[in-house]
Design a protein around this ligand. Structure first.
Ligand code: SAM
Length: 296
């Protein structure tokens, strides 16, 4: 089936019916539905999906994006927490044997993805995450999928503009922080398009953006993350102090700290916020740091 053979649902009618039936979009669940057709098309185009491509969508809502993905032949798993929306999207996707809705929370706590869907994709060797992410869980979802044993090879998401800026921030600026480091080490990112509140219904209070992230071949491995996490958390807690001083406290030896920084060509009086992701990964991989982080 292609989208030309299928009639695209009338989204305004679905929304009217939903609201008429007493549905109130939840702020807490970030229920701002993407309604601008060109924005939906931009998300789908940026995903560059071949027919049969495997896709996870977190938060399908009433299915505006899900329908486009399924109609293009994607093997889709959509994870929706709100049972009322899950029911609608299940009905909408019923004609597509290639699409499945999983009901529940995409996260199992603050720092873990829910096995509800990670188990369902355990056999997938290549997949993409395509979603208009709920604002409250966008950052953890992106940071957590980046460290799955098989991370998405592409992520195309609509997020709050402020989150997009953090995802793509270069070192040295105010937006650059732990999220930037964690995501930029695993992905090469671009801002596809900014979106004004008018692209959504109901309109959010903030601007948004579509971001595309492509998986790097030379990303950190599973073994790198514990030492990297410890390093990033240590350094960014005191991002404006001198890196030498901050590390000395964590390492517990001035001599080892001097050796560690010299080995990687890092000036001790540099501020942590000026260290590029690659420099942080090199430091994290150094056995002198791994010993501190408990990795060796
Ligand atoms: N994709 C739809 C669209 O673009 O119109 C809806 C996007 S809306 C920004 C976010 C969706 O995520 C809502 O349907 C909301 O119920 C769902 N959601 C919120 N928190 C969730 C969670 N923790 N797990 C799964 N879905 C969630």
């Amino acid at each position: 089936m292609s989208s030309d053979e299928l009639r695209r649902p009338l989204w305004s009618a679905i929304e009217r019916e939903l609201l008429g039936g007493g549905f109130h979009p939840s702020r807490r669940l970030g229920q701002n539905f993407l309604r601008e057709p060109r924005a939906v098309a931009a998300v789908v185009a940026a995903a560059e999906l071949d027919p049969g491509a495997r896709v996870v969508e977190i938060g399908p809502g009433y299915g505006v994006l899900s329908w486009e993905l399924a109609a293009r032949g994607a093997e889709l798993i959509a994870v929706e927490i709100d049972p009322r929306l899950a029911e609608i999207v299940e009905e909408l996707l019923a004609p597509f044997p290639n699409a499945r809705v999983l009901r529940g929370d995409a996260l199992a706590g603050k720092h873990e993805l829910a096995p509800l869907w990670t188990d369902a994709i355990a056999s997938w060797s290549a997949w993409s995450l395509v979603a208009n992410l709920p604002y409250s869980i966008a950052s953890p979802v992106i940071a957590l999928v980046a460290r799955l044993p098989v991370p998405p090879r592409r992520i195309v998401v609509t997020v709050q503009l402020e989150v997009a800026e953090r995802l793509l921030a270069p070192p040295g600026g105010g937006d650059y922080g732990p999220l930037s480091v964690r995501v930029e080490l695993a992905y090469r990112g671009v801002l596809v398009r900014k979106l004004s509140p008018g692209s959504f219904s109901p309109q959010p209070d903030v601007d948004s953006a579509i971001v595309r992230l492509d998986l790097r071949d030379d990303r950190p491995t599973g073994d790198d993350w514990p030492a990297l996490d410890r390093l990033v958390d240590t350094l960014f807690q005191q991002r404006r102090k001198a890196v030498g001083g901050v590390l000395r406290k964590a390492v517990g030896s001035a001599e080892t700290t001097t050796e560690l920084l010299a080995a990687h060509g890092i000036e001790p009086d540099l501020r942590p916020e000026r260290l590029a992701p690659e420099a942080l990964l090199r430091l994290a991989r150094d056995p002198r740091w791994k010993a501190v982080a408990g990795g060796e």
